[in-house]
Design a protein around this ligand. Structure first.
Ligand SMILES: C[S@@+](CC[C@H](N)C(=O)[O-])C[C@H]1O[C@@H](n2cnc3c(N)ncnc32)[C@H](O)[C@@H]1O
Length: 158
């Protein structure tokens, strides 16, 4: 069962998610570009929300690339018009996830909501191709937004 605390049926949910994107998409895009994001990459956007980063990633990786956007609730990404963007209703805690499949996995403001977050981070790390990148951005409730970059390395013990 999900431990997500917000009411997803809330009529203002889209506004809330769009506001989040307005605040953080610029910084996220800079971080993602800094990882070398380029055409042909296969990406996973976890908890894609209103879809701003998923759509941006799809445009960045181009026709040769692929973006899988997952969320418990995908209604805000029902219409996007991109052939290389796959949207999937998916619980990152419990639903199947391919291993060694992605060059880049990004999750923002998602992992903080999960009780099993350490297990989820391990699953995400296992879903990376060798040399792939896991970018997790979560709110530091002390103030600023904190970022965690984890290159896939067996030595991390993930
Ligand atoms: C605070 S919103 C962040 C949305 C988006 N990542 C962003 O930063 O704009 C959290 C998102 O995570 C999704 N979510 C929560 N728990 C999830 C889970 N267990 N599996 C997949 N998505 C989840 C929610 O449905 C929601 O869309």
């Amino acid at each position: 069962m999900s431990t997500y605390v917000f009411d997803q049926a809330w009529q203002k949910e889209r506004d809330r998610l769009t506001a989040l994107q307005s605040l953080y998409d610029g910084a996220s895009r800079r971080l993602l570009d800094g990882l070398g994001l380029t055409t042909g990459w296969r990406c996973l956007e976890v908890g894609s929300g209103a879809g701003g980063i998923a759509i941006w990633l799809a445009d960045r990786v181009g026709e040769a690339g692929h973006v899988l956007a997952t969320d418990l609730d995908t209604r805000f990404l029902d219409v996007h018009g991109r052939a290389n963007l796959e949207v999937r209703t998916h619980n990152i805690v419990s639903d199947p996830l391919d291993e060694a499949a992605f060059d880049l996995i990004h999750a923002r403001a998602v992992v903080e909501h999960l009780a099993d977050r350490e297990q989820v981070v391990k699953r995400l790390a296992a879903a990376l191709r060798p040399g792939g990148w896991l970018l997790i951005e979560e709110v530091d409730f002390g103030g600023a937004t904190a970022g965690m970059l984890v290159p896939r390395q067996e030595t991390l013990g993930l």
